[in-house]
Design a protein around this ligand. Structure first.
Ligand SMILES: Cc1cc2nc3c(=O)[nH]c(=O)nc-3n(C[C@H](O)[C@H](O)[C@H](O)COP(=O)(O)OP(=O)(O)OC[C@H]3O[C@@H](n4cnc5c(N)ncnc54)[C@H](O)[C@@H]3O)c2cc1C
Length: 269
């Protein structure tokens, strides 16, 4: 287990924002995760899972609690027949590549989705027919439930059993390419925004002169305007302000709402 007390979250988050948290913990096993959650309960701390952080901007205020990343055993794929058991910390793009190479179909609709399997199971459509069982943390133990139950209860997802269909690797790869191709026409896989239907995001941003807009240390870059980025030392409150100004500019000049994919975590900025 890696444990750092009173740790700046900005050292560990994808957007490099976040105040100090009571504890930053990387757990390697179920036993370690159970220990951390029990300790948090004992001192009345919130315990929050962070996946790969592709959707989460941590606010600048201190976090009274532990922020936990799954590591070690949670990063394993047990590719056994007839079903695969996949840990919550496995990167989704790596799982898709492995399934294609092994000639296992069913995950193609998730092509281009960044982040971890655990967060994607918790949030994204595309798993319903495939994830036959989900392991969640319940009273310090792994408990098997349906995907719907895991989502409804906002449980910590540990792993899932996936029913993948056998197919030819080249056929799976072709479908992955097709899904990715369709998706990148309107958005890009790592976008901070939901594209308005059928209108390419880059075209929208260019038409309202958003690329290159900078606010202190956060920016909308010219090379990837669909991303909000931290140039180094930027804050979550500046990211929020930049996001709001971009949305207002698109609304006033193009007439539609631009929804954000970003989840804001932690206390007020
Ligand atoms: C078709 C499609 C396209 C997408 N495109 C994009 C895109 O362009 N840009 C984008 O940002 N996102 C996109 N997403 C969504 C996003 O990629 C997924 O939700 C992703 O898997 C997030 O992973 P992460 O590990 O980075 O999440 P994080 O940002 O780390 O976490 C997101 C949330 O999930 C919770 N969480 C993390 N791990 C677990 C777990 N093990 N159990 C329970 N809850 C957990 C966290 O507490 C947090 O609330 C897309 C999704 C789909 C279906």
């Amino acid at each position: 287990m890696i444990l750092r007390i009173d740790e700046p979250l900005a050292r560990h988050t994808a957007w490099r924002t976040g105040g100090r948290c009571g504890a930053w913990v990387v757990v390697a096993s179920l036993a370690e995760l159970a220990e951390v959650t029990a300790e948090c309960r004992a001192v009345d701390w919130k315990c929050t899972l962070l996946g790969h952080g592709t959707r989460t901007v941590w606010r600048d205020a201190p976090v009274v609690g532990a922020v936990v990343r799954l590591g070690g055993a949670f990063g394993l794929v047990e590719a056994e027949e007839p079903a695969w058991r996949v840990g919550a910390a496995v990167p989704l793009p790596a799982l898709l590549a492995r399934a294609a190479a092994a000639g296992r179909a069913g995950l193609e609709d998730l092509a281009g989705v960044p982040g971890s399997v655990g967060a994607s199971l918790a949030l994204d459509p595309g798993w319903e027919a495939i994830a036959t069982e989900v392991e969640v943390l319940h009273r310090g133990k792994a408990h098997r439930v349906s995907l719907a139950e895991a989502r409804d209860g906002k449980k910590m997802i540990l792993a899932a059993t996936l029913a993948l269909r056998p197919d030819r690797p080249d056929a799976v790869r072709r479908r992955l390419d097709r899904v990715l191709g369709n998706r990148t026409r309107t958005t890009t896989p790592a976008s901070s925004w939901y594209a308005p239907s059928r209108i390419p995001l880059r075209e929208v941003f260019a038409s309202v002169q958003l690329p290159r807009v900078r606010l202190r240390e956060v920016a909308i870059p010219a090379t990837a305007p669909e991303m909000l980025i931290n140039l180094g030392g930027g804050t979550a409150s500046d990211l929020a302000l930049l996001q709001k100004s971009a949305q207002e500019r698109v609304k006033s000049t193009r007439g539609f709402e631009l929804d954000s994919r970003v989840l804001w975590q932690g206390g007020a900025t």
